[in-house]
Design a protein around this ligand. Structure first.
Ligand code: ADP
Ligand code: MG
Length: 344
């Protein structure tokens, strides 16, 4: 008797959800990335009673009626067609997994109206194996996603959820990161009906700094150096704000590094920054920074991990040295004139 069988789509999605949907914050991360990929300029996020309800609404280009059920299917994406596209991917998403994963572990409603369409349409799922039916709905141009009762059908996952306050902190952190990645987009975050962040789109440098201040705190921007350095030969550009050595922190909690608009965690980058601050920070203190690295997308592989938090640089050494040298120079410029070695 044969013992091998195909997993049902729902089970396959729930297993994949284990990688992508760790907690409510990961849901919001995926939904926000989708809104940004859809060209939204205005995004509203609501969270109520922990995982009871999360709602996100954007004014992006929307989803066609016939694409709605597909949007919830695994490995269905409008963002890449072939492997070559992955080599120079500019969108935040490309795996076609997020909505399928989220909808397999929650009660999800997706409502959308495509640019130029006369009507909006809606699909709903309850974490079951069924073809979702599409019904007409009222909605302005753009997309809303409502996620209720996260992990209602995966008790093992639900057990790992922390208090509402803790989960909301994580969710807020995700919103901050994405708000820092796109200062040109307006964000509003509400928790149980109360507005927590209201971020207006920034065009000018001053507005940009205001956004950094509202996300990172005014003390940071007051004690930060701004930089914008390009290396012509390699096409690398590093810009943003770094905290003065006097603004060091006891935790590495104010460190944002974006590569082509995507927040990343990377050992090589962390090392380069640490080295640049090496001589000016006491042991155990951490620098604060909001930095944006821009480079040819072909020189960085983003398909390293399902959460897309990690990247692989084709020219690791070059990137490391560029970051180190750039920051080192900026920091050296403001150091109280270091006395030449040996001088009194
Ligand atoms: P991916 O983002 O990797 O393509 P998702 O599961 O997150 O996969 O989304 C599937 C598809 O649904 C996307 O490729 C996109 O076409 C569509 N979609 C999802 N969210 C939105 C949105 N907010 N606005 C417009 N289209 C969306
Ligand atoms: Mg996505």
């Amino acid at each position: 008797m044969s013992r091998i069988h195909l997993l049902s789509p729902r089970l396959a999605n729930q297993i994949a959800a284990g990688e992508v949907v760790e907690r409510p914050a990961s849901v919001i991360k995926e939904l926000l990335e989708n809104s940004l990929d859809a060209g939204a300029t205005q995004i509203e996020i609501d969270a109520e009673q922990g995982v009871k309800l999360m709602r996100l609404r954007d004014n992006g280009d929307g989803i066609e009626q016939e694409d709605l059920p597909l949007a919830l299917s695994r490995h269905a994406t409008s963002k890449i067609l072939a492997l070559e596209d992955l080599e120079a991917v500019c969108s935040l998403g490309f795996r076609g997994e997020a909505l399928a994963s989220i909808s397999s572990v929650s009660r999800l409603t997706l409502t959308s109206r495509r640019t130029g369409a006369d009507n909006a349409w809606q699909v709903q799922t309850e974490g079951r194996d069924m073809e979702p039916s599409v019904s007409p709905a009222a909605h302005p141009q753009g997309t809303s996603v409502e996620v209720r009762d996260l992990f209602f059908n995966t008790p093992a996952r639900r057990k790992f959820l922390r208090t509402e306050t803790t989960e909301f902190k994580h969710l807020e952190e995700v919103v901050k990161r994405l708000a820092l990645s796109r200062s040109d987009v307006a964000f509003q975050l509400r928790h149980n009906g109360r507005v927590i962040h209201q971020l207006r789109p920034a065009q000018t440098e001053a507005e940009h700094e205001r956004r950094i201040a509202s996300v990172c705190g005014p003390a940071f921007i007051d004690q930060a150096l701004s930089l914008d350095v390009s290396a012509e030969a390699s096409g690398l550009r590093l810009w943003g704000w770094i905290g003065l050595p006097t603004f060091s922190r006891s935790q590495a909690d104010l460190q944002y590094f974006f590569v082509n608009g995507r927040i990343i965690r990377d050992k090589l980058v962390a090392h380069a920054v640490r080295q640049a601050y090496q001589d000016v920070l006491f042991h155990g203190r951490h620098p604060a920074f909001v930095l944006y690295l821009e480079l040819d997308p072909k020189l960085v592989d983003v398909n390293v991990h399902p959460t897309k938090h990690e990247v692989r640089f084709r020219e690791g050494r070059l990137v490391h040295d560029f970051i180190f040298r750039t920051l080192h120079r900026v920091i050296a410029d403001v150091r109280p004139e270091a006395a030449p070695a040996g001088a009194a």
